[in-house]
Design a protein around this ligand. Structure first.
Ligand SMILES: Cc1cc2nc3c(=O)[nH]c(=O)nc-3n(C[C@H](O)[C@H](O)[C@H](O)COP(=O)(O)OP(=O)(O)OC[C@H]3O[C@@H](n4cnc5c(N)ncnc54)[C@H](O)[C@@H]3O)c2cc1C
Length: 388
């Protein structure tokens, strides 16, 4: 594909957030250049949950029906200490037309978003890397590397959807503050033999770390566990040992499809809008995977951005865009704080702290309004997420 000399919006990064924004802007008739430095889209499952708020947001792009057909629906989340149930959260009571958490691998979600982008006449230019950026009051000049050549593209706006190591953020000198988590996360998508509830996500809170057990489509299961040190590709034996030590499940891993590890930070960019430069998704905020908020928050940033950006391109004032940047950053800070509390609660190891934590969870478990509020917050359909 030829690179255009001039576009309305240059979007850097074709992960779930860049794909969503490109589709939403193409739907509004804008000229968009979406680039990604990778030669192909990712084929790994990574973020596995699509929450109700995201399903609602993606309705306007026509992506929700395909997602629903591709995922499995979890109606309940529970936190347990071995066999003891500490807290149950019911998604079927949330105020949404999608009263469940949809479990769907990220590569499938991205394929559906790409399909929607192509339906609106767009596509991804890859491999193509943003190497430099100069912005003034009227627009942006981007330097792109493609096929061994350097190109210059003029854009009205540039949106960095380029993930946690965002080049757009760096080149625009936008600071990002926060810190790392000490734990490593082990991930595995496996098939198991043995009994488990295929409609429940269970978080096991063991003395030596947490383990999340979630159903996936195609009779697979996602396992996420915190460990002090993780091998790059955890073996079947390592994951089975974590299952045996931390859960009350009598299941045996029959096959592993994907294993990985990741190490994360909790941080939020100083701003999501600086002149003609916008940040969206992981480029603007990085969270713990607790509650599966990362990709969801980013997709909702993107859906909410399309209208204000379209208005700005039409020559309207920038008030809506500024309001978007402030609201989404406030929301990101809340998500970071919530997932941070969840991570710290899930990873306490001393016996007194665990006893206190478990007592607090049991208490919340007996307060239906508190349980409903947690379900709505996790599903991103509460009033804080939706405030204008
Ligand atoms: C191993 C792993 C497991 C995860 N598990 C979970 C989970 O269980 N739950 C959850 O909620 N989240 C999880 N996440 C996080 C989730 O994947 C991210 O929140 C989500 O991908 C963010 O989407 P994004 O589009 O903002 O960024 P990304 O998906 O990171 O996409 C950024 C894109 O930008 C491209 N890019 C970067 N720099 C440039 C450049 N200079 N020029 C051109 N292109 C560029 C990259 O190639 C990439 O395709 C996981 C992440 C990883 C790595």
């Amino acid at each position: 594909m030829e690179l255009p000399a001039k576009v309305d919006v240059l979007i850097v990064g074709a992960g779930p957030v860049g794909l969503t924004l490109a589709a939403a802007l193409k739907r509004r008739g804008r000229s968009v250049l979406l680039i990604d430095q990778q030669a192909e889209g990712a084929h790994t499952s990574r973020a596995a949950v699509v929450h109700a708020g995201t399903l609602e947001a993606l309705d306007e792009l026509g992506a929700t029906a395909a997602l629903l057909a591709s995922g499995v629906r979890a109606r309940q989340f529970s936190a347990r200490d071995h066999k003891a149930v500490l807290l149950t959260i019911d998604f079927d009571a949330i105020p949404s037309r999608y009263p469940f958490a949809l479990l769907c691998p990220q590569d499938r979600t991205e394929a559906i978003l790409l399909d929607r982008l192509q339906a609106f006449g767009g596509d991804v230019v890859r491999p193509c890397t943003l190497s430099d950026l100069a912005a003034d009051d009227d627009g942006v000049t981007a330097t792109l590397e493609r096929g061994g050549r350097t190109h210059s593209v003029e854009a009205g706006w540039v949106v960095g959807c380029d993930g946690v190591r965002s080049t757009v953020r760096d080149k625009a000198h936008i600071a990002i503050e926060g810190g790392p988590y000490p734990e490593n996360f082990v991930l595995a998508d496996v098939a198991v033999t043995g009994a488990f509830d295929p409609h429940e996500v269970v978080l096991y809170l063991a003395a030596d770390g947490m383990l999340l057990f979630a159903p996936l489509p195609c009779d697979r299961v996602r396992i996420v566990a915190t460990v002090a040190e993780a091998p790059e590709h955890p073996s079947l034996a390592t994951v089975q040992r974590l299952l045996d030590e931390r859960t009350a499940l009598a299941v045996t891993i029959a096959e592993t499809f994907w294993t990985g590890r990741f190490h994360i930070h909790h941080r939020v960019a100083a701003t999501m809008l600086q002149g003609r430069v916008v940040l969206c998704g992981d480029a603007a905020h990085e969270h713990s995977p607790a509650g599966g908020q990362g990709m969801n928050t980013g997709i909702q940033d993107a859906v909410a951005l399309a209208g204000p950006l379209d208005e700005a391109l039409a020559g309207g004032d920038l008030a809506a865009l500024q309001a978007w940047a402030e609201q989404r950053r406030r929301n990101a800070k809340r998500v970071v704080a919530m997932t941070d509390r969840m991570t710290r609660a899930a990873t306490v190891t001393s016996t007194p702290a665990r006893v206190l934590r478990n007592a607090a969870m049991r208490l919340i478990g007996h307060l239906p309004p508190a349980r409903h509020a947690i379900a709505a917050r996790l599903a991103e359909v509460d009033r804080h997420t939706r405030e204008p």
